[in-house]
Design a protein around this ligand. Sequence first.
Ligand SMILES: Cc1ncc(COP(=O)(O)O)c(C=O)c1O
Length: 383
Amino acid sequence: MKVDTPVKVRRPIFDSMVPLVRPVLPPFEVLEQDIRRIVGTGMVTKGSFLRDFEAAAARHLNVKHAVAVSSCTTGLMLAYQALGLEGDVVVPSFTFMATVSALVWAGLRPVFADVDPRTANLDPVAAERAITPRTSAIVGVHIFGNPADAEELQAVANRHQLKLVFDAAHGFGSLYQGAPVGPQGDVQVYSLSPTKLLIAGEGGIVATNDDELAEKIRIGREYGNAGNYDSAFAGMNARMPQFNAVMGMRSLDILEQAAERRNAVVDLYQWRLRDLPGIDFQEVRNGNRNSYKDFSITIDAEEAGITRDALADALADDNIDTRKYYEPPVHRHTAYREFADHAELPNTEMLANRSLSLPAWSSMDDEIVLGICESVRNVWEAA
Ligand SMILES: Cc1ncc(COP(=O)(O)O)c(C=O)c1O
């Protein structure tokens, strides 16, 4: 009798899916008393918890004003509007779509400039090359939490008398020359959504040292109504509810711990993976700290003998979730192609083809990191 040779099926390294990110929230006991007070008083919006959170965020970021808003996207829309920008704005394409969607909402034209292939941040030289007489601002992004080249971008902005904005969506937990990113540029806008290190549920912070700009953003988040029921300009409702402010405040208490843990997780990843040919890591400039909102590696298919997409598939077989941030880059999204006629973005394209974000969160165990590294190493050995 013929006996079939059993097909050997390897068990996945993880029995259940390892997510890309797991939000780490303050414990309920820590929030409970404040939530009771909000419910008890009925002050669910525009109350003392919101003001306290704004004051604490401003202290942490070392800026005069931290205006809490409903999201980073609405914060960016309000900031672009409040700066009185016109015409063109230089912006990277290797970013999340909201950096650019907010520009278009504010009636501005994005002009895409390339990024540095090592840091994945806007290249100041490419940004300067993209400037024309129509340009009114430059937008840098601390991509994945890696602080942008603020000093160089400021020098470019100064030379051409442009405003400088930072999309700091990934910026809580990032250090620029030893201190939290915040005071650089005209304004920085943070996200507090659940994939970030500092979580308010949903929400954003607009940080600036400019009194007039802060006031415009406060009015803008309130429909454009300064309090006299005569709209100063067309605003929106972009207020942060008090519940979110409470969570943001308590999340601020555990931010440093979160950033340190993520950096330890990334150290472990790099220690286990750095000898693999064709694999590379985001470069962080001396004196800076990446928040590692995302931990993204690049895979050079020729050197590695495997493509980024094949690696992602192999990791999925081991129940490991990954993301191809940022593929497609924003200039190739249907909505923004019309702005990319002459854009030459070789580094953006290279990173979009090669970049893969691996799971990383603020309470991740070493064992999970080691399991993911084992899965990656198996792929290399097979290749
Ligand atoms: C770079 C960047 N900008 C803006 C946003 C939008 O943030 P929010 O979801 O708070 O509007 C995100 C979201 O993750 C982002 O990654």
